[in-house]
Structures are given as C-alpha cells and as structure tokens.
Design a protein around this ligand. Structure first.
Ligand SMILES: O=c1[nH]c(=O)c2[nH]c(=O)[nH]c2[nH]1
Length: 286
C-alpha cells in the first residue's frame, strides 16, 4: 500500500491591504482583506521538504501589497485578477491561483452637506466579496457579499409545511423575516461587465435588497429564488447566483399570562439554533 499526497493548496490568508489614492486632495480608499492560494505540483515540499518550487506565503503577502500599488485597486475584481495572474507567473509549479477579497466599505463623512475629501466612516452594511481563480482555463470570477442583515416586519408567512409526530411549529400567516445574507454571483468567462465591476456590484446589491423588500414571502427559500431570478433576468453576463441565508427567527412573545395582547408587536430575536437555507439559482441552459 502506497501513500501519496492528495489535494493541496497553500497561500497567505487575510492580508489587510489598504490602498489610498491621493493624487488630488480628494482621496479614495479601498480597504481589503486578501487571501491567496496556489495549487499545482507542490508534492516535493510535502513529501521531501524540497521547497524549490514554493513561492513563500510571505512573498504572496508582499505581492498583494506591491500589486495594490503597481496595478492599483480600481475594483476588488480587477485587483484580484491581476494579483492572481502575477502569482501564477511567479510560480512555475502553480497551475491555478485563487484570490479571495473582502472589501470593507468606507463612505465620506458628510460635512455641511458634502462628503469630506479625506475623512471616512465605515459603512456597516455587509462586506463585498470576490473570489477569483486564474489558471489554465478562462478566469472564474464570483462577486458577492456577506453579512448583509435584512429584515421585514410583514409580507412573510410560513404555512402548509410537512407535519409529523415531532412537529410543534404553528403556521405563521404574518411573521418577521430576517436574515444575514451571503450571496455570490458568477460571471461568464470573468470578463468585466458593462459599466465596470463597481457599478455591477451596486446594481446586483440593489436588486437583491429591492426584491427582498417587495416580494411576498411564503418561505425564505422562495425569497432567495426570487432574488436570484431577478439578478439573472437583469444581468445576462451572470450565470448563477448562490445564497447562504440563516433564518434569523423572531418569535412572538406570549404576553397573555400578563393579560396583555400581542398582535405581532413584541418578538424575541432568537440567537440559535437558526434555520439555514442555501440555494443556487441557475439558467436552465447552463
Ligand atoms: O422560511 C422558512 N423555511 C423553512 O424551511 C422553515 N422551517 C421552519 O421551521 N421555519 C421556516 N421558514
């Protein structure tokens, strides 16, 4: 019986790369957490400790910072593609480079009705994400977001579900629907979409939020499907949309023992356990 190396990859996780463009008094900031991972023929380092083919993770980290200056950060997608290409070129044994970017958004502090030139406040609404893979084939680009916490106080029900001897859940014909959304949308061939990566991100995010707000929900599953379908209908260059969505339950509090009516007005926000709904919405021709 022989023992061989199975799947492996390596890189530097979570480099905190902050790029400031200060060519004019009106500065621009892009604040990123960057992870790089190389795959390829790295058997020798595992089996023999022979590191001649290994681009150190320290060098990968340095390249992430250098490329923020050399290539620039016009968008997380563009930067991730360029960084992946560079790491691949620098590492002959690598067959693919995966680059994960989280973007922490800052917005200008409003002073007397105008955004300040160089003072910013962190925008708390979710994190923009990018996952890029460059290698032998065409690049793969999945744009997305996570930790986008949304809630609606009506327009949601959950009824007609399967019932067995362990079912205690009452039917809900008017409930709070809340989730902390993780979503990823895959672009055809990794080409920059119309209007650029940043505008496309804004469009998709707005569609996700708008659809959550306006679609009546018979299940969180239905809401996720509606959000994915809205994105695929509006963006021909997106091939699939994936979601992971905890159902952040809000249980109606029983105030009857105190002689108080509770007509959908007081809830306890349950921490855990939570429902976990995951779905990918695709075109039927892909
Ligand atoms: O939207 C929902 N989907 C479910 O599958 C489910 N299950 C559950 O207990 N509550 C809910 N809500």
């Amino acid at each position: 019986m022989g023992i061989v190396l199975g799947a492996n990859r390596y890189g530097k996780a979570e480099s905190r790369v902050v790029r400031v463009v200060r060519d004019t008094p009106r500065h621009v900031i892009r604040d990123l957490t960057v992870t790089t991972l190389l795959t390829g023929d790295f058997a020798a380092t595992h089996t023999d400790g022979d590191n001649r083919d290994v681009l150190p993770t320290d060098t990968q980290k340095n390249t992430a910072f250098a490329w923020a200056k050399e290539h620039g950060v016009t968008s997380p997608e563009d930067y991730a593609l360029a960084l992946g290409d560079r790491l691949l070129a620098a590492t002959p044994a690598a067959t693919a480079a995966r680059v994960l970017v989280d973007e922490h958004a800052w917005e200008r502090i409003d002073v007397d009705g105008t955004g300040h030139d160089h003072a910013f406040v962190r925008r708390g609404q979710g994190v923009r994400t990018v996952e890029v893979v460059v290698g032998d084939d065409w690049p793969s680009v999945v744009s997305g977001l996570r930790d986008l916490v949304v809630l609606k106080t009506t327009g949601s029900e959950f009824r007609g579900f399967l019932v067995d001897e362990y079912t205690t859940l009452p039917e809900a014909d008017d409930r709070i629907l809340a989730t902390s959304l993780t979503a990823g949308w895959r672009w055809t061939g990794g080409e920059e979409p119309d209007g650029g990566w940043d505008a496309a991100y804004d469009r998709v995010r707005a569609l996700l939020l708008g659809t959550f707000a306006t679609s009546y929900s018979k299940a969180l599953q239905q809401t996720l499907f509606a959000m994915g379908a809205a994105v695929l209908e509006a963006e021909p260059a997106i091939v699939e949309v994936s979601f992971s969505a905890p159902n952040k339950h809000h249980h109606l509090v029983d105030l009857a023992p105190f002689g108080i009516e509770n007509d959908g007005e007081v809830f306890v926000a349950a921490d855990r356990p939570y429902g976990l709904i995951e779905a990918t919405v695709v075109r039927d021709d892909t």
